[in-house]
Design a protein around this ligand. Structure first.
Ligand code: ADP
Length: 436
């Protein structure tokens, strides 16, 4: 750096030094030549000084302009890097690359926001976000329809002004998401309402999601009724068709004065079919009249041991995979009933090997698995439909009753074929753990 400065100084001084040398050698020039020499020296000195002036301030200003543009969000500006290596060239290339990157990011963000806003616009559910002070910040078209006004007229108003104060007031006891009836300005009904706090790096606020559920519930109900009627019709026809045909035959036999063994056998058959129909109706009554569960702390080991003992007497081989005992929150008698139903189904599915019962705690819930080595599940969507059965003497209420019991205790019951390389099915029962 220092030698460059010395060289520059020497170069600037060189015309004057050359002129001095000339004067010393050739003597002092007279008037016109002296003036011409002076002008030449000045012109050369100025030209050399100008050509050697540092360019850095100008270049730094260019980079500064680019940095300012980036800070202001103008990512279209670039600088032209000089040819060849050097600190300035590197810095210019880095700032250009940064501008490219920011431009791409902005484009991606724009696309993501467009997608998000299209998704929000297509939702049936209303989505509303509020600032920390309760003012509406964002609302999707379903939300605006629910509040009966244009989004532009709604944004900026507080939730109390929008008639949502009751929904937004935080109740520490209430679950974050619940189903409830609510009258919104433009529509009333039953809704799944989720209210949660929103927190990003520097902003806090609230999110409210309102989903209409009435229509979905009605569709589900209609489907359930249709399935139930199909099975009921099938079951009643199964009993009534032979009864009608037998009654017809008996009538003809009696008219002919033939009241022997055939008549007695026919009457017996009619009685049996009528009884089966009666059992069927009794099963339906059991389903409809399930008493309210009385929850206690129930030991899974004790409940499974008792249920298995009962089935053992009927010849089923049941093995409990003993682990740590778990206590669940359940009505003991009802849980017992569900376990017996599931174990009986497992036993009736056949197979040589024993039925295994396992339990474990997963994600704060108890999970009981009943694994059999039977023929596996029939290909049907109706397993949990009342009165669906594939057994000649089956009632078709075991599974639906068990599911009803388990769900009434806040649990879940599912049934599927095993996927661990063995034949057979696995019933999975999830129950809340007892929190003492
Ligand atoms: P039921 O036992 O009287 O038939 P359920 O409601 O208990 O009534 O069962 C309905 C149907 O589900 C059974 O008829 C059977 O086809 C099927 N099922 C239930 N559990 C099993 C199992 N472990 N393995 C194979 N099929 C099963």
């Amino acid at each position: 750096m220092r030698s460059r400065a010395l060289l520059a100084a020497a170069a600037i001084a060189s015309p004057a030094l050359a002129a001095l040398g000339l004067v010393l050698v050739a003597g002092r020039p007279d008037g016109f030549v002296g003036a011409a020499l002076m002008a030449l020296v000045l012109a050369l000195t100025a030209t050399i000084a100008l050509s050697l002036r540092p360019r850095e301030p100008h270049r730094l200003r260019t980079l500064g302009t680019l940095a300012d543009a980036l800070r202001d969000g103008d990512y279209g500006v670039r600088v032209r890097p000089p040819a060849g290596p050097g600190g300035y060239a590197e810095l210019a290339a880095t700032l250009n690359a940064l501008a490219d990157h920011l431009q791409r990011e902005r484009h991606d963000l724009h696309e993501t926001l467009q997608l998000l806003s299209k998704t929000l616009a297509g939702l049936d559910g209303a989505v509303l976000t509020f600032e920390a002070d309760g003012r509406l910040k964002l609302i999707n078209p379903a939300g605006a329809r629910l509040l009966g006004a244009d989004a532009t007229a709604l944004v900026g108003r507080t939730w109390s002004e929008l008639g949502l104060g009751e929904l937004m007031r935080a109740d520490p006891e209430a679950p974050a998401s619940r189903v409830r009836a609510y009258e919104f300005p433009a529509r009333g009904g039953r809704w799944q309402i989720t209210h949660s706090p929103l927190r990003s790096r520097s902003l806090a606020g609230h999110l409210l999601v309102v989903q209409p559920i009435e229509q979905a519930l009605r569709e589900e109900e209609t489907q359930a009724f249709e399935r139930l009627l199909r099975v009921l019709g099938h079951e009643i026809n199964n009993s009534m068709t032979p009864i009608i045909s037998l009654a017809d035959t008996l009538q003809r036999l009696i008219e002919r004065g033939d009241a022997g063994d055939d008549v007695r056998a026919g009457l017996r058959l009619i009685g049996e079919r009528a009884q089966s129909l009666q059992r069927f109706i009794a099963g339906y009554a059991a389903l409809a009249r399930l008493p309210r569960p009385q929850p206690h702390a129930v030991s899974l080991r004790a409940a499974c041991t008792d249920a298995a003992a009962l089935l053992d007497r009927c010849g089923a081989r049941i093995v409990l995979d003993e682990g740590d005992d778990l206590r669940v929150r359940a009505d003991r008698d009802q849980l017992q009933q569900a376990l017996i139903n599931l174990l009986r189904n497992a036993a009736e599915a056949g197979g040589e090997d024993e039925i295994r019962v396992r339990w474990s705690a997963e994600d704060g819930r108890a999970l009981v698995r009943i694994l059999d080595r039977g023929h596996g599940l029939p290909a049907s969507d109706n397993l949990f439909v009342p009165f669906f059965t594939t057994k000649p003497e089956g009632s078709g209420i075991g599974l639906v009753l068990s599911r009803q019991i388990v769900e009434a205790q806040g649990g879940r019951l599912s049934l599927r074929n095993r996927d661990d390389g063995h034949d057979g099915a696995v019933a999975e029962l999830e129950l809340p753990l007892w929190a003492a």
